[in-house]
Design a protein around this ligand. Structure first.
Ligand code: ZN
Length: 132
C-alpha cells in the first residue's frame, strides 16, 4: 500500500520478516529521524566500527541473537533487547554464529527531544468512524 495525505505518508516495504536492509528516510520522507530495518545473516558482522557526529541510535532487537561492541565492551544481545548509544559510542554488531539477527535502528539527534507522548500530544475534534 502507498498513500499520501496532507500530513502523512504510508508505504509498504514488503515482507518484514524477509527483507534485507530497508532505510525508511526516503520511503517516508522522514524529517526528524532515520529508521532502518536490518538483518545480519548468521555469523556476519557489520564490517566496521562507527560512531556518529550528532545522532544517538536506538537498536531494537526483533529476532535472533548477536554480540554488540560498544567502546570496547562486548556483550550478548537477543530478541527483546533495546540499546541506546550516544553519538560518540564506537559501535559494531555481529549476528551469532547459529542465528541471524533482525533489528530496527532509529537515529535521532541527541538531546533534541524536548517533549513527547502526553506533553506533545494534542487532542483533536475529528474522529475515526470507530470512535463516533
Ligand atoms: Zn550508526
Amino acid at each position: 500500500m502507498k498513500k499520501t495525505g496532507t500530513h502523512y505518508k504510508v508505504s509498504s516495504i514488503g515482507d518484514i520478516q524477509k527483507l534485507g536492509r530497508v532505510i525508511l528516510h526516503d520511503e517516508l520522507g522522514l524529517t526528524g529521524s532515520e529508521v532502518s530495518i536490518n538483518e545480519l545473516p548468521a555469523g556476519i558482522s557489520i564490517p566496521f566500527v562507527h560512531s556518529h557526529k550528532r545522532n544517538e541510535e536506538v537498536y531494537i532487537i526483533l529476532k535472533g541473537k548477536g554480540q554488540f561492541y560498544i567502546d570496547g565492551d562486548e556483550f550478548a544481545v537477543e530478541e527483546g533487547d533495546v540499546i541506546r548509544i550516544d553519538p560518540a559510542g564506537a559501535r559494531c554488531l555481529k549476528a551469532a554464529v547459529q542465528t541471524p539477527i533482525r533489528y530496527i535502528c532509529i537515529q535521532t539527534e541527541a538531546k533534541s527531544l524536548v517533549q513527547f507522548t502526553e506533553n506533545d500530544g494534542v487532542p483533536e475534534e475529528s474522529k475515526p468512524t470507530w470512535l463516533k
